[in-house]
Design a binder for this molecule. Structure first.
Ligand code: TAP
Length: 476
């Protein structure tokens, strides 16, 4: 199937999606052992893009054995040799980034502007960054001769398919581990294209194995006795189930789970800049972001001014075709996720919060949700407590910094937070009080491969990114 996108001729790009894909095990694509397969659908059109294999427990076993066999040679390679492969992969990703960006937007529903300008550059940067570490592990602060763990079983979600893959695979390979990765059921394609990139880069067979499938494939991978390390990003619910599976085994585990971040605006904040940060915080990637600024905490004295400016800005947001470069908000990833967002937004209204959304026409087919704002939200409301993982913002107010801290921390999660103020001393004081792994000030959703990312409380444990991200894959 050939997709031609872009309204402007200069941005024309093409991606070829095969009608079907096998599992990528030991350097080869092969059908599932029991022949099972499922369709992956474009959320913006509901059209099937391709059919991918559904890995069985037997396939998981085959992939883990391939990774185990490859581990012997891969872990014995000098770091500088492993680095060459990672640099090569990073460069191929850059060369193929337009193709990959279109693919990601088709399979996930995210706007091409985001996949092109955010996801893909960050994916390449992650591989470049960890390539640089591969021959310097002795200097990472973990003492001489840190050793790889072995075979890493990695399970990732659908919100940033290729970026989550990069966060998992780049540090694992740099440190000498081999991997078996399962992408989310609704977004398998970019991981399969990545498998092709591994072949293009001449990566030795079995170092990277990609198993498409559903939760049962993930569960089989996590529970496989020969997996040494489990790395998971996804919901807190599944994260807890995985923690139970690995409890009492010698597997190492890192979990990156949900969030309910507070974006806190003080009365001295530059309002226009804060509005941009709020919009980016909750509407970037349709709000399918674990660190989304889904609770806006605004100081009471500027509430009216801020909300007026925010609504004005929200009226300019364009919802629609992910492949249109003018689109700000793309499609919701699946019918299931749309139903979840709809149910929580309805609960907000039923519990007495006031719902507002700009007039915007939504496309006829596909899964869509208008950018939505709730005011009059109390801490008891479900929309203030539960992760919505969609373009829905809950607005709460505060009077004093202490009250802001108390409300921001009043959540079982602790992944991220944002602070908008002119006062440096207040930024630092707030940052010391907020129980969140990542805190942005006068910006939001800023990522850098050199910076560790991870949560407090039910947002999980372990860090990805930066020097800290190496530790998750090393015996130190
Ligand atoms: P999940 O339903 O947890 O799915 C994540 C992955 O786990 C998918 O590949 C899924 O397969 C698989 N899975 C499902 N059940 C499993 C089981 N019993 N054992 C092992 N694997 C299993 O989450 P999601 O809906 O894809 O993603 C949304 C959630 O991820 C949100 O809560 C969000 O906050 C969180 N998230 C967190 C972060 C970080 S960095 N903290 C980043 C992104 C997303 P299927 O696709 O077949 O269900």
């Amino acid at each position: 199937m050939t997709f031609d996108y872009a309204p402007a001729p200069e941005s024309r790009a093409v991606v070829d999606i095969a009608p079907s894909y096998g599992l990528f095990i030991d350097g080869e694509f092969a059908p599932a052992s029991d022949g099972k397969a499922f369709k992956t659908v474009s959320p913006s059109s509901e059209e099937a893009l391709s059919e991918v294999a559904q890995a069985s427990a037997e396939d998981v076993d085959r992939a883990v054995r391939a990774a185990r066999k490859a581990f012997e040679k891969w872990s014995a390679l000098p770091g500088a040799e492993r680095a060459k492969y990672l640099f090569r992969i990073a460069r191929i990703i850059q060369e193929r980034s337009r193709e990959l960006a279109v693919l990601e937007s088709l399979d996930n529903g995210k706007p091409i502007r985001e996949s092109r300008d955010a996801d893909l550059p960050l994916v390449a940067a992650h591989f470049f960054y960890y390539a640089g570490w591969a021959d310097k592990l002795d200097h990472a602060g973990y003492g001489p001769n840190p050793r790889p763990l072995g075979v890493a079983g990695q399970v990732i979600p659908w919100n940033f398919p290729l970026l989550m893959l990069a966060w998992k695979i780049a540090p694992a390979l740099a440190t000498g581990n081999t991997v078996v990765l399962k992408p989310a059921e609704t977004t398998p394609l970019s991981a399969l294209f990545f498998a092709d990139i591994c072949r293009q880069a001449g990566l030795p067979k079995g170092v990277v194995n990609i198993l498409t499938g559903d939760g049962s494939t993930g569960a089989a991978l996590v529970g496989h006795p020969d997996v040494d390390k489990v790395a998971f990003t996804g919901s807190t619910e599944v994260g807890k189930a995985i923690a139970r599976t690995v409890a009492g085994t010698d597997k190492r585990v890192t979990l990156e789970l949900g969030g309910k971040a507070a974006n806190i605006v003080f009365d001295d904040a530059p309002i226009d800049q804060a509005v941009e940060g709020i919009v980016n915080g909750i509407f970037f990637n349709q709000g399918h972001v674990c660190c989304a600024g889904s609770r806006l905490l605004v100081q009471e004295s500027v509430q009216d001014e801020l909300l007026e400016a925010l609504k004005r800005r929200m009226r300019t947001l364009r919802v629609g075709d992910p492949l249109d470069k003018n689109t700000d908000i793309g499609a919701i990833n699946s019918a299931e996720q749309l139903a979840r967002i709809t149910a929580l937004a309805d609960a907000g209204e039923a519990e007495g919060a006031e719902r507002w959304a700009p007039d915007c026409e939504l496309p006829g087919s596909g899964y869509w949700f208008a950018p939505t704002l709730f005011t009059g939200v109390t801490q008891a409301h479900r929309i203030a407590r539960e992760e919505i993982f969609g373009p829905v913002l809950s607005v709460l107010t505060f009077r004093t910094p202490a009250e802001a801290v108390e409300k921001a921390n009043n959540t079982p999660y602790g992944l991220s937070a944002g602070i908008w103020t002119e006062k440096g001393s207040r930024m630092l004081w707030m940052a010391s009080k907020l129980r969140a792994g990542v805190i942005w000030s006068n910006t939001f959703n800023k990522f850098d491969p050199a910076s560790p990312f991870g949560g407090y409380k039910e947002s999980g444990f372990g860090r990805e990114g930066g020097r800290h991200g190496l530790e998750a894959y090393l015996n130190v």
